[in-house]
Write a new protein. Structure first.
Length: 724
């Protein structure tokens, strides 16, 4: 190639890159607090409790309970800052004992502190001397009955705690849809059968509980009543506490309400302003409080979007906040702080829904078509979300699927109170799911497909569940060519196309179930290896895990995330490529070429009506978008395959992956930005698969270079960055 033609090619490439590069951007997350010092801001305050003049905060993202004393000093009173997922050794100091998700704190009359751990499914006690013991719950989640010692009872995601004047303990056993009571003898019983997130007890012994729908009261005579706050206001209810004048304080997705003994409701805080400026009128500020507590002077403290605010004399103040002015609910999504998003989906009305599984543990956020974010749900533990065209949202977590109808009505859609495998041919609400699956998807007809252990289950529009793929065995003969229900599968993700095909993402391959029920492998050889980008998907190596997801666009292109922190694509004609990521974990590249970007543990994906791919960048606390309408690198001469260079940016050694329809010698040429040749190497391929390393000259300066691949079936060109 002469200098003139090289310069012309470079000019074409650079112009094309500016106009046609696949662009990656952040559309939600990354606001105030990201990357900030942990000791100066409570990254994830979930609930609040006042005791003897001190404020106690369940800092779930740090797996700690923290105390702020009257002088404003903060300290850790329980937890090590490292979450565990098995029962820790007990009997030692609370500050040396690890927890998982401490959801709430309460104190009895003897100054014992009680901690509900929604991750360990237990209730713990910390004595005044700081010694930890277990009060309720075992090393198994679930429900094994009442009227037994609480120490032997199983809990499932306990959240709120309250203690009455007689030191009876009340627990919101959230995922068991019960409020449990532990009496002085240590025996456990059920007080109310209701899904509850938070509980409190007034001085008379009346018990109050809240869930998404409203406020429940269990009076001293055992009579249960309900105020349907959601039905009246359209707001979701999250927290409850007793005010200093015995009023009931309720936090919702938009405001703080106070209900007096006569049943009169007044608004304490909540409005339209998006920034919680110190001293603002409380009823003018948009809030979305989770935890709520009132001190003995009538000052109200709330957890709102990684901050603690206080409401005093009708004004709102920043009490603990990662910035001077903290963004609240009702702000633009790109300014919001997300908490390890695991999944993203769109409904047919233009709304985006984001599940946040870590830290707070149960939050789903909604971003409307104007880009405004709000807390949609905190009531259901959710690994994955998907929505239909009419606005119904489905939430999957821990062996159950819940449906939130467009009108806000919540119902269980699949799964029972125990895990396992049963129920095929019957109502999905009676079926047992393994509880290990973290993915689901809807087809064009509204059938829901759920990843289960060794199986994919289907819930049809009549609510009947069946198995459509897998026999429960996760390894061995894959059964290609036979019926999918007889095959061995180990699904981590599932997707559907418009033709009625079902796609199953496994660790090292993608399986396809045709409408006639037969199964085949369409991507991956089934074992780990170096990514094979640019060639047939059946020869491409990749690795996915339980957190990765898969989606299909209207043209039949398949997108999925993998453990290399990339978004991969299998085109409708079977070619494997990378559309975002450079096999490097980190955060980099917004506004630039998607294949040069860094992500950290990308998980769930979704595609909007324009064909743009959105994914949950879990480790970067963002939702990011890939504009797939643009394509780069630009193939030159041959469109039969692609070219991948990684790592990009490179530190000196490039890995080149491509494909030639005709086997033979392959030449690699590297040029600098003015068209000078700076490197050349020749390889040979007998199969057409190109998978080679290329060492750059050590004296090359940092900067942008162009690599041209000359193959027997055509030439391809791509740009890379040398960053030593």
């Amino acid at each position: 190639m002469n200098r003139k033609s090289t310069l012309a090619l470079l000019a074409f490439i650079f112009i094309s890159m500016a106009a046609h590069a696949q662009i990656i951007t952040t559309v939600a997350g990354g606001g105030a607090g990201d990357g900030g010092p942990l000791d100066s801001a409570l990254v994830n305050p979930f609930n609040l409790t006042w005791h003897n003049g001190d404020l106690y905060i369940s800092d779930v993202d740090h797996a700690r309970v923290r105390k702020i004393d009257a002088s404003g000093r903060i300290s850790t009173v329980a937890g090590t800052g490292v979450a565990v997922f098995a029962l820790p050794d007990l009997g030692g100091q609370a500050t040396a004992t690890p927890f998982a998700y401490p959801a709430d704190v309460a104190f009895d009359s003897k100054n014992n502190m009680y901690i509900s751990d929604a991750g360990l499914d237990c209730l713990f006690k910390v004595s005044p001397a700081g010694i930890v013991s277990r009060v309720a719950g075992t090393d198994t989640l679930g429900y094994n009955g009442d009227n037994i010692p609480a120490i032997a009872a199983t809990l499932n995601g306990p959240r709120g705690i309250a203690i009455d004047n007689d030191d009876n303990i009340y627990i919101a056993d959230t995922r068991n849809s019960r409020i449990r009571k532990i009496n002085g003898a240590g025996m456990i019983s059920t007080v109310m059968s209701v899904y509850a997130e938070d509980v409190c007890v007034d001085s008379m012994g009346n018990l109050f509980a809240v869930n998404w729908a409203g406020l429940f009261k269990h009076d001293i005579l055992g009579i249960v009543t309900c105020d349907s706050i959601h039905a009246i206001t359209g707001e979701y209810v999250h927290g409850v506490d007793i005010g200093n004048n015995n009023d009931i304080l309720v936090s919702t997705s938009k405001r703080i309400l106070s209900i007096n003994g006569a049943g009169t409701v007044s608004v304490v805080a909540g409005g339209d302003t998006n920034t919680c400026t110190n001293g603002a009128i409380a009823t003018s500020v948009a809030i979305g409080a989770i935890g709520i507590a009132a001190d003995q002077h009538g000052v109200i403290y709330i957890c709102d979007n990684y901050s603690v605010h206080k409401i005093e004399a009708g004004r709102i103040y920043n009490f603990i906040t990662p910035s001077i002015n903290t963004v609240c609910n009702g702000s633009k999504a790109e300014n919001a702080i997300l908490d390890y998003p695991s999944s993203v989906t769109f409904d047919g009305l233009g709304n985006m829904f984001i599940s946040e599984m870590a830290g707070r543990g149960t939050r789903v956020r909604k971003v409307n078509k104007d880009g405004i974010i709000s807390t949609y749900s905190t009531r259901i533990s959710t690994w994955d979300v998907c929505a239909n065209k009419t606005g119904d949202l489905f939430m999957l977590g821990f062996g159950k699927v819940w449906k939130v109808a467009a009108n806000g009505l919540v119902s269980k859609y699949a799964g029972s109170d125990s895990t396992g495998y049963s129920g095929d041919g019957g109502p999905a609400t009676d079926a047992r799911l393994a509880g290990t699956g973290r993915a689901m998807n809807l087809d064009k007809d509204g059938n829901l497909f759920i990843v289960d252990k060794g199986r994919v289950r289907k819930v049809d529009n009549n609510g009947i569940i069946t198995t459509v793929a897998g026999n429960g065995v996760t390894s061995g003969d894959n059964g290609d060519g036979g019926l999918a229900v007889n095959a061995h599968v180990a699904p981590v993700g599932v997707a559907c196309d418009l033709a009625g095909n079902l796609y199953i993402l496994e660790a090292h391959d993608i399986r396809k179930v045709a409408p006639d029920g037969t199964i085949s492998t369409i991507a991956g050889p089934g074992v780990a290896g170096v990514p094979g980008v640019g060639g047939p998907a059946t020869a491409a190596y990749f690795t996915a895990n339980i957190n990765n997801k898969i989606v299909v666009d209207t043209a039949g292109n398949i997108y999925f995330t993998d453990v290399k922190s990339d978004v991969r694509k299998v085109s409708a004609d079977g070619i494997f490529s990378t559309v975002a990521g450079s096999d490097t974990s980190g955060f980099y590249g917004d506004g630039g070429q998607a294949t040069s970007a860094y992500m950290r543990l990308p998980m769930g994906l979704s595609i909007d009506d324009s064909g743009r791919v959105y994914f949950a960048d879990y480790g970067n606390n963002r939702i990011r978008r890939i504009d797939t309408r643009y394509k780069f690198p630009v193939p030159v001469g041959d469109t039969g395959g692609g070219l991948s260079i990684y790592p990009n940016p490179s530190t000196g050694v490039l890995h080149i992956v491509s494909y030639s329809k005709i086997p033979g010698d392959v030449q690699v040429l590297v040029y600098d930005v003015v068209g000078r040749s700076v490197g050349i190497q020749t390889f040979s391929t007998a199969t057409g698969v190109i998978n080679e390393s290329f060492s750059l000259p050590s004296a090359l300066p940092m900067g942008t270079y162009v690599l041209q691949l000359i193959t027997p079936s055509g030439n391809r060109t791509a740009q890379f960055l040398l960053a030593k």
